[in-house]
Design a protein around this ligand. Structure first.
Ligand code: G6P
Length: 373
């Protein structure tokens, strides 16, 4: 009913607007009075965590993209390999699992059969499984050794939105906790990142408040597009895949996310006059070359006639030359940027779906949680 949607057009609309709260709620109560990470609810010994020498994330759909984002952060912070695998692929390939492997099962519903079967397999092989889950008491956390709940609140719309940002936050907390326990980072560095994380809800809110009109306008402009290409690098790559997934799910538009560096190895052949290409542009303030590499990718597609939509940092003047439209993000550290960059993509897919008069919350052929294999 309209009342349940709290005045929003759809559950998805409501849930996107709950992105900021999903982040802040997931951060709540995870620190001791000194500001150190305290994952008390995770009943795995610190000693066991200290021994962990590899993480394998298993998940499906949106949750798998949250895992891919986390891979960049956790490998950087904890210096152990993080593999991310679709749960249904993982299970049938004889994965290498030891007692020192930490398997992280990410699931909004906690009922996805593919993920459940994969976690059972991991436990049979003697690995510990930690669930990152949004649904209290669901099957996946019940069958795991430990659980770190995302506190996004119930998610009704089939296309996952607020759960995604909460999953990234929870996985980041796990990464920072591991860094703390293993001593791979200074306490001050960890605190600094936590402070940055706590500033994210406000930045997401800024995107919702100031960018939604541009996003809607762009959706109207792009209504007849047959396909979309999404490009990203580093953490922007999983965000590109997630943006493409949203469009597939609810706008029924063929779309794919690519690593921008892969463009020249194939996808650029798809670019034709008017082809919409969404480019996630990292901060120009970064120490690395990520930004300039992404700018050359936009140039390349633009030169072939693409209609370019950039997601870029406020004040980044370099994009103006190549972007037909820009969705702005406030300044934030690169590793945290997925939390804001996904927001205009969620809005964009929702707007496209509404304009096409699709059922935004209940897209054809899809279920909120897939409890069969
Ligand atoms: C289904 C849903 C997706 C979701 C995926 C994983 O395919 O339609 O939105 O990302 O399952 O669901 P989970 O509940 O395990 O996160």
């Amino acid at each position: 009913s309209a009342a349940e949607k709290g005045g929003w057009d759809s559950y998805m609309d409501k849930e996107i607007h709950e992105d900021p709260a999903a982040v802040s709620e997931t951060l709540l109560g995870r620190f001791d009075p000194k500001g150190n990470l305290d994952l008390d609810e995770v009943h795995i010994d610190e000693d066991v965590f200290r021994q962990v020498d590899k993480i394998i994330v298993i998940a499906c759909g949106t949750a798998s993209y949250a895992g891919l984002v986390a891979k960049y952060a956790i490998e950087h912070w904890v210096r152990i390999p993080v593999e991310v695998e679709l749960a249904h692929e993982f299970r049938y390939r004889d994965p290498i699992l030891t007692p020192r492997t930490l398997v992280v099962a990410i699931s909004q519903s906690g009922e996805t059969m593919d993920t459940l079967m994969a976690l059972r397999h991991a436990r049979e092989q003697g690995s510990r499984v930690l669930a990152i889950c949004n649904t209290q008491g669901s099957t996946i956390p019940r069958e795991s050794d430990a659980v770190l709940y995302t506190h996004a609140g119930p998610e009704i719309a089939v296309a996952s939105t607020k759960a995604f940002v909460a999953q990234i936050v929870a996985a980041y907390l796990l990464g920072l906790y591991l860094a703390q326990v293993k001593g791979t980072m200074f306490r001050d560095e960890i605190r600094h990142i936590v402070t940055d994380l706590k500033a994210m809800p406000e930045k997401i809110q800024w995107v919702l408040d100031t960018q939604a009109d541009t996003v809607s306008k762009t959706a109207r402009q792009m209504l007849n597009a047959h396909s979309f290409i999404f490009l990203g690098r580093h953490v922007g790559y999983p965000v590109a895949m997630e943006g493409a997934l949203k469009l597939k799910e609810i706008a029924y538009t063929f779309s794919e996310g690519f690593a921008a560096g892969e463009l020249k190895h194939g996808p650029i052949a798809l670019v034709d006059e008017g082809e919409p290409v969404v480019c996630i542009v990292p901060s120009p303030r970064g120490r690395d070359v990520l930004h300039s590499k992404m700018i050359s990718s936009i140039e390349e597609v633009k030169a072939r006639g693409a209609f370019t939509i950039a997601i870029a940092e406020e004040g980044d003047e370099s994009v103006a030359n190549y972007a037909d439209v820009t969705f702005w993000r406030p300044q934030c550290p690169t590793l945290l940027s997925p939390l804001v960059d996904v927001v205009p993509l969620q809005l964009f897919a929702m707007d496209m779906s509404m304009l096409k008069q699709n059922d935004v919350d209940k897209p054809r052929n899809l279920a909120k949680s897939v409890t069969v294999e």
